[in-house]
Structure formats: C-alpha cells, structure tokens
Ligand binder design. Structure first.
Ligand SMILES: Nc1nc2c(ncn2[C@@H]2O[C@H](COP(=O)(O)OP(=O)(O)OP(=O)(O)O)[C@@H](O)[C@H]2O)c(=O)[nH]1
Ligand SMILES: [Mg+2]
Ligand SMILES: [Zn+2]
Length: 381
C-alpha cells in the first residue's frame, strides 16, 4: 500500500511518477519506486530535479514525501524537472513530510532515562497529527527483564503497546519491521535515543550519522538535521527527523482530551453533560481523575489555555511587541523585529537547506516570514 490521495493505476502509461525523498535548497531528489512503477524499467532509480517555474509562480510547495510528475528526464545527467505535485493524502508541517501513514515514536528505556512527561508531550504531539502512532522503546539491553515488563505494563495503562527493542543487540526488530512494511513512517523522538541507529540497521544503505551520547544532556553530538526518506528493503519509506527534546503543544483546550487514550476510552459509551467539558470536575463530567497521567493532562491543558489566551490577546496586537511562548508554557513579550532589520543569516546557515532554517527558527512564524521577506531567502533560492 502506498499512501496517496491518488489512484496511481489510473495515470497514463508514459506518466513519470516519483516520490520526493529529500529537499536541499531548491533541488528535489525524486525516487522512482518499484512499488509504483510496476513492470516499467527505468535507466536510473532517482533524478535530481528542479521545480518548474510555473509551480513556483503559483506558490506550489514541494515537500519530502510528495508524489510528483517528472518531465524531460535527462537519464545520462540524472536530472529532471518537477511538473506537478499530486494531491496529498496527509501533510505534516513539522517535520515537513507529505503522505505519511504513521508516526513511530522512539524513546530509550535508559541512556537517556525515559522521562514520562517528555514521552507524554511527544505522544500528544503525535496524536494531534491524526496519524496512527506506534511506540518503540530502544536500548532494552541496558535494563533487566523486570524493568522491561514494568514499562510494558505501565504504558499499557496509558493505552499504548510499546515494542521493546535493542538496536545494538538486534533484539525485537522483526516485529518492528512488519509494523513498517509498505507504509511511510515518520520516526520521531528525543535526541540520543537511537533513531538514526535504528534506521541504519533497518536500511544499511542509509548510513546516517550516529555518535556517542555525550555531555550532561545525554545528547548525540552529531544530530540529525535534514528530513529525508529512506527506502525500506521490504517496501515502505522511513523519515528520520531531527530530535526535539521538548515539543510544544499548540492546540485548542477542547482538542486535548482526544489526545489521551485514557480519556477516549472513558468517553466511548458515555458523555459529559457539557460538550465542551474539559474534564476537571465540571458538573456532569464523566471522566475520572484517577489515572496516572491525569496531572500531565491538567498541566498541558493549562498550557493550551495560556496559548489560546495569548492568541486572543494578540488579536489587538501591541505593534512593538510580539508574543512568544517559552518552553515552560509561559507567554513572554519580545520586541518585534522589523523584516529589514532581521539579522543576516550566518554563512553556515546559508549553506543549510530552508528546512533546517525552519527548525532553527523553532516554528516562529513571524521570524520565518521576516526571513522569507528578506534577501537571505532569495540567496537560498
Ligand atoms: N546500549 C545501546 N545503545 C544504543 C542502542 N541504539 C543506539 N544506541 C546508542 O545511542 C547513541 C545515540 O544514537 P543515535 O542513533 O545517534 O540517536 P538519535 O536518536 O538519532 O539522536 P539525534 O540524531 O540526536 O536525534 C549512540 O551512541 C548509539 O550507539 C541500543 O540499542 N543500545
Ligand atoms: Mg539522529
Ligand atoms: Zn468531562
């Protein structure tokens, strides 16, 4: 099964359809996949493509994971041009990936220690995408059978069935392989848990950079910076994403409950008196408060409310300031930078892809807009 909003079998025979597996500045690496090509044979399996000016003019973005039509292939020079982008079945903005089927969250049982609050943030963030979620706990070689069983049981109480693996000792990888087969999966998780190691083991050709966990943060020194899709030998694609340690949760307070399986199951065959109930003791609320992550739910709810309030307040913006939400959920006022005065990006940054810059700006849309308006952007183009 290949994720797409389009039935590939209905496309004309000479239609050259590929999947964008990497984006670097204005170049798109397009892979022609055997599962889409069927019996067709092509001289090479991938081409480095530019985007037709027409697409640029209409503002059609091309993302990793996009299924695209390639024109004028130069097989000898391994170049081509993207003529159109097929409708997306799904789209994630952070990381920017189109047509993903599922998110696989990777955490380590140890080194770094499994932090339940951090795991909850990642889970909620993943739940908000609406994609299917699978959870993988790596480095099981570092703990005993008892600890492994305890985690399994604890997370089952949250509503998840983690797969316990050791990439290093090659334990538990078979069931992981079958969960990934013929699907496009985004691998996500904190730094240093072994995401790149896992992908290298599943796809030896990927050769992602892995490095020793070092320093107080327990963070790998060479962290993954680009979003790139890798072909699984048994079919399917994997995206390694940069590790985030503290994903921010931006949703309406009313959306948060649906991100907790514990709440979802309680609301399966009963409902609260008020449809916008936030499950914190309102009259007629049927959701119990007696479950492990209830305090996490309340904490995240408070964050969402703070953010929602900040958005409301900024409807009448104070021109000189902009609102910023810090990692701890506190809203801070920061002087607004004028687009023209935006600091020049460093030589190092300029060499990086726009995707990297998006990460470095940490999702701050004002800054991104300022950057796109500034000449730094056209230098990247
Ligand atoms: N003991 C043990 N160590 C592992 C295992 N898998 C990976 N590691 C080590 O964990 C460290 C970090 O691995 P990476 O694959 O770079 O982690 P990552 O999640 O890609 O990190 P970022 O790219 O920073 O997000 C490396 O030193 C790996 O050798 C495992 O199963 N057991
Ligand atoms: Mg990595
Ligand atoms: Zn309720």
């Amino acid at each position: 099964m290949t994720s797409s909003a389009v039935d590939f079998s209905t496309l004309p025979g000479d239609y050259l359809l590929g999947t964008v597996i990497a984006v670097q500045a204005n170049y798109y690496l397009v892979k022609f996949r055997a599962d889409i090509l069927g019996s067709r044979q092509l001289p090479v399996s991938q081409l480095l493509c530019t985007r037709r000016a027409r697409l640029k003019k209409v503002g059609q973005q091309v993302m990793v994971g996009d299924h695209v039509q390639v024109e004028e292939p130069d097989w000898a020079g391994q170049r081509g041009a993207i003529a159109s982008v097929l409708p997306r079945a799904t789209q994630l903005d952070r990381p920017p990936v189109a047509n993903a089927d599922q998110i696989m969250l990777v955490f380590a049982i140890a080194e770094p220690d499994l932090d339940c609050h951090q795991l909850t943030r990642f889970l909620v963030k993943a739940e908000l995408t609406g994609l299917a979620i699978s959870l993988c706990l790596n480095k099981r070689d570092l703990v005993g059978a008892r600890t492994q069983a305890d985690w399994q049981q604890r997370l089952a109480g949250w509503g998840y069935q983690p797969q316990l693996v050791s990439v290093q000792e090659k334990l538990g990888l078979e069931s992981l392989r079958s969960a990934l087969r013929e699907r496009t999966t985004i691998i996500s998780g904190p730094s240093g848990v072994g995401k790149s190691s896992l992908i290298n083991t599943l796809i030896p050709a990927a050769q992602l950079r892995v490095s020793a966990v070092s320093g107080k943060l327990g963070r790998g020194r060479h962290t993954t910076r680009h979003v790139e899709l890798f072909d699984l030998p048994q079919g399917g694609l994997l995206a390694d994403t940069p590790g985030f340690n503290q994903p921010d949760i931006a949703c309406l307070p009313q959306q948060l409950g649906a991100c907790f399986p514990e709440i979802r199951t309680q609301l399966m065959d009963q409902q609260c008196q008020f449809t916008d109930c936030l499950h914190r003791g309102e009259p007629g609320c049927v959701v119990s408060q007696d479950w492990e992550r209830y305090d996490d739910y309340r904490q995240l709810l408070a964050e969402c409310e703070t953010q929602a309030q900040a958005v409301q307040d900024s409807a009448t913006p104070d021109a000189a300031f902009k609102l910023k939400i810090a990692n701890d959920g506190q809203v801070q006022k920061e002087p607004r930078l004028q687009a023209k005065k935006y600091r020049r990006v460093s030589r190092r940054s300029r060499k990086q892809s726009l995707e990297d810059l998006r990460y470095e700006l940490d999702g701050n849309l004002d800054d991104l807009k300022a950057l796109e308006d500034s000449d730094a952007f056209s230098e990247l183009e």
